[in-house]
Write a protein that binds this ligand. Structure first.
Ligand code: ZN
Length: 229
């Protein structure tokens, strides 16, 4: 069932440790099949290096397991809440990537200090209020606070990213950590200047219009790095 999506979500889960976004078994990627309204998600507590496409779990939007021998990720309720309330979202990622989570720990959004943040996120990376793990509380807070950003920091917890595809959500997870790292380092040595709002809007529009419509965008390597050099 959903062999293509299963394979894709499996490969994308492996991108998380590759990019240093997760420790041990934490973190997860899911992808939605729009046609069947089913979601493929990482199983709970699975070691990345032992994960196979067969281990991924297929669930419906209410969390019932449709296929799979393992239990779905403990964050499944959050992923599903997002899918139910955001029909445009085809992929969700959760990590505790350290630099982004350092801002989450403080309950601080990441201001637009870098062109990469303007390009990729179109504004500050927002932070959502503290919410308990397990039920729908986190999902509700994400939907309430994420706005049009592809990423949100959850206070005292970590990062959630969304995208039209699972690949786009993983890209956002990589980009948010990269931006957070640079901003974190900049704050150690001084006080960076904000990019003015209208310049953020212009840069974001240019980025989305220039690269967002290009079908080669997600084939890897063909799109330019975020922001200017
Ligand atoms: Zn978490």
């Amino acid at each position: 069932m959903l062999e293509g999506l299963r394979e894709q979500v499996w490969e994308l889960n492996l991108e998380l440790p590759k990019h240093g976004l997760v420790a041990w078994t934490s973190g997860n990627v899911s992808g939605r099949d729009f046609e069947s309204a089913l979601v493929v998600i990482k199983p709970s507590g699975a070691a990345y290096e032992e994960l196979t496409p067969r281990d991924l779990v297929v669930v419906d939007l209410d969390g019932r397991v449709v296929e799979g021998d393992l239990k779905p990720s403990v964050d499944t309720a959050t992923h599903l809440y997002i899918y139910r309330h955001r029909p445009d979202v085809g992929g969700v990622v959760h990590t505790h990537s350290p630099y982004a989570t350092s801002f989450a720990a403080l309950g601080r959004p990441i201001p637009v200090y870098l062109t990469a943040i303007a390009d990729e996120f179109g504004g500050p990376i927002p932070v959502g209020a503290y919410a308990r793990i397990g039920g729908e509380e986190i999902g509700r807070e994400i939907i309430r606070s994420i706005g049009e950003s592809p990423a949100i920091l959850m206070k005292n917890h970590g990062v959630f990213t969304v995208g039209p595809t699972p690949e786009a959500a993983v890209k956002a997870a990589v980009m948010v950590e990269d931006a957070a790292k640079t901003v974190h380092l900049a704050l150690l040595v001084g006080k960076p200047d904000l990019i003015p709002d209208e310049e953020v809007a212009r840069a974001h529009r240019r980025y989305v219009e220039k690269y967002g419509q290009d079908p080669s965008r997600d084939e890897g390597g063909s799109h330019p790095p975020a922001g200017d050099m």
